[in-house]
Ligand binder design. Structure first.
Ligand code: IMP
Ligand code: MG
Length: 179
């Protein structure tokens, strides 16, 4: 198994690039059926979702889709702080629109709950949630996820957009912290 070191921690490959792409293709097929003709606005949650959003949008090929970005931060080191900071907000008029939130991972659920509340408050017609990764054992609230790429154990991971203290986002595979 391939291992890497980021700062003082060791990580082992757990989800190779090809498996990530297969999950994204599957998700794109389902999404295309649901969203065709809806002029959906995709909201990519930065920083973590940039690779997922780019690969998903390329697979989707929806001619009436639009994409925008919301920059949030809640993680510090290897655990969620629970406090969500908004670094770049949403400026689009989302009233009466179908909004699809693209998230890298749903962990405690705090971030996504916050985003759903914000988009609902702004008057969206429907809010759909798509997450590449989901850690059900870490979830602390009731949340409906419309599209889930891969269900993973409650371990800290990096790669494919996800970081450990700013490092590892550029890796094409996903790695799990070696305990
Ligand atoms: P939540 O608010 O606890 O659900 O955390 C969601 C955010 O924390 C995600 O959007 C990620 O950016 C980050 N996050 C959650 N789990 C991990 C992880 O295992 N590695 C790196 N970042 C993570
Ligand atoms: Mg994120």
């Amino acid at each position: 198994m391939k291992r890497i070191t980021l700062w003082d921690k060791e990580f082992e490959i757990s989800l190779p690039y090809e498996e990530i792409q297969a999950a994204i293709k599957k998700m794109a097929c389902k999404m295309k059926e649901d969203l065709e003709g809806k002029n959906a606005l995709f909201v990519c949650i930065l920083n973590g979702s940039f690779m997922f959003a780019a690969d998903l949008m390329k697979e989707l090929e929806l001619l009436d889709a639009e994409i925008t970005f919301l920059k949030l931060a809640s993680y510090s080191g290897t655990s969620s702080t629970g406090e969500i900071k908004e670094l770049i907000g949403l400026n689009e008029n989302i009233k009466d629109r179908t909004v699809v939130v693209l998230e890298d991972i749903v962990d405690s659920g705090h971030t996504i709950a916050d985003v759903i509340a914000q988009i609902t408050r702004k008057g969206a017609k429907e809010v759909k949630i798509a997450t590449l990764l989901f850690k059900p054992d870490a979830l602390k609230m009731e949340i409906h996820l419309d599209y889930v790429g891969v269900v993973i154990p409650n371990d800290f991971i990096v790669g494919y957009g996800l970081d450990f203290d700013r490092r590892g986002r550029n890796l094409k595979d996903i790695y799990t912290l070696v305990k």
